[in-house]
Design a protein around this ligand. Structure first.
Ligand SMILES: NC(=O)c1ccc[n+]([C@@H]2O[C@H](COP(=O)([O-])OP(=O)(O)OC[C@H]3O[C@@H](n4cnc5c(N)ncnc54)[C@H](O)[C@@H]3O)[C@@H](O)[C@H]2O)c1
Length: 378
């Protein structure tokens, strides 16, 4: 089966999804399907054309309707600003196409609930993007909670912190603009809320408080503008189970980068995950005995490095931490750029020979029972 995907929007997330589609075959073994992006529509036809030329998608479209009505497209991937999700997804469902939509599903609850109902009626495959659920430590956290290793969940602290609203002179993007369905609660808060929902269960009631610290900042055109969307949002939440916790979404936290974290504590244990430390899940098993000097009690740092089960666990394998592949992409870029520019690349074969010289000397030393030996010089 070949899944032909029409993509709407090709900013940060459009590129991210395209990368995922193109690389599925490396990360999942013997896939019974292929998937490819066959058509793209962005806000302007010329940017769609430029992206198709650069990334090799078959066709640039001038309107989303062209994609939605195309019988040769099986699924639509919605990566547009939040304000457009509702009308677009409604049309896609009416056309009975499969649809994946970036978070938040819609700007208001009424719209989102309607889309959920229409999705049921349409009988197609639908998915909202909460990508953090697929991080190995989060999957392991879910396993631990579902198997009762934390006992009853008492509470949680979930936070998604950025520093991206700290410069009031930087022109606002649509994510800082209420009219586009922006604001930190919908943007980062949706992820922080979803982690609680996924790991701990559904919500009963919440108390919320928003903050706009920079009341005036540069608007989209650079001129002084009144901020129209929350820059930070604080929630206290109670779940149906009775568990209580806090959720914070904040773009005013100087000194952090992409800091999503969750701490969950129950009657038997607790766990902690941070997106900035994505190879590990911290787990405290309260059933282990303490004792003299501490006994066995303490936090286990579970090494989750790429430990995805088959068919997803073959590449890049459990020895490759998150981020390792990026080094290889950088390495390949370096070589290809040098070939293209007709110049020598670095590290060079000279550098390679220097490493071999050290290996050779170390082995000679080993044979001489560890005596110092000279490293061969060029
Ligand atoms: N899951 C995540 O980790 C994550 C991260 C960032 C953003 N998002 C979500 O992804 C969506 C897109 O965000 P982004 O950061 O890629 O935004 P972006 O501003 O980088 O890109 C938006 C894209 O949509 C296009 N666009 C705008 N209006 C359009 C229209 N009417 N029809 C077709 N295309 C249109 C623009 O040309 C652009 O290509 C948002 O819903 C956002 O909340 C998710």
């Amino acid at each position: 089966m070949d899944i032909r995907i029409g993509m709407l929007g090709f900013g940060f997330m459009g590129k991210t999804h395209a990368y995922a589609v193109e690389n599925l075959k490396y990360f999942y073994k013997n896939l019974p399907f292929t998937a490819r992006i066959t058509a793209l529509c962005t806000a302007h036809k010329d940017t769609s054309c430029a992206a198709c030329a650069e990334y090799g998608f078959d066709r640039a479209c001038g309107s989303e309707d062209e994609i939605i009505s195309d019988p040769d497209i099986d699924a639509v991937d919605v990566c547009t600003p939040n304000i457009f999700h509702y009308e677009t997804v409604k049309k896609i469902l009416r056309a009975k196409k499969h649809v994946m939509c970036e978070k938040p599903l819609a700007v208001t609850y009424e719209e989102a609930a309607e889309l959920a109902r229409l999705a049921d009626e349409a009988g197609v495959t639908t998915q909202i993007v909460f990508n953090n659920r697929y991080m190995a430590p989060v999957l392991r956290a879910k396993q631990l909670i579902d198997s009762g290793r934390l006992g009853d969940i008492i509470g949680f602290r979930s936070a998604y912190l950025h520093n991206s609203c700290m410069d009031p002179n930087k022109p606002a993007g649509w994510k800082q603009t209420g009219e586009y369905g922006g604001g930190v609660l919908r943007d980062l808060g949706s992820h922080a809320i979803d982690l609680v929902y996924y790991l701990c269960g559904d919500f009963e009631r919440v108390s919320g408080k928003s903050l706009i610290y920079y009341r005036e900042r540069a608007g989209m055109d650079g001129a002084v503008w009144k901020t129209t969307a929350d820059e930070a949002f604080y929630i206290t939440a109670q779940l149906k189970s009775g568990a209580i916790g806090t959720i914070e979404a904040n773009k005013l936290t100087v000194g952090v980068n992409d800091d999503l974290s969750i701490f969950v504590h129950g009657t038997r244990g607790s766990l902690r995950f941070s997106l900035m430390d994505p190879n590990f899940l911290e787990f405290y098993d309260g059933s282990l005995p303490g004792g003299d000097y501490g006994g066995d009690r303490g936090v286990t740092r579970i090494e989750c490095v790429n430990r995805y089960p088959e068919p997803g666990g073959v590449f890049p394998g459990v020895k490759a931490p998150v981020g390792w592949l990026r080094g290889h992409v950088g390495n390949m870029y370096n070589f290809c750029s040098a070939v293209y520019e007709g110049r020598q690349a670095a590290p060079s074969f000279f550098d390679g020979a220097r490493i071999s010289a050290v290996i050779d000397a170390a082995e000679r030393s080993d044979r001489a029972d560890g005596a110092f030996v000279a490293v061969a010089q060029p």
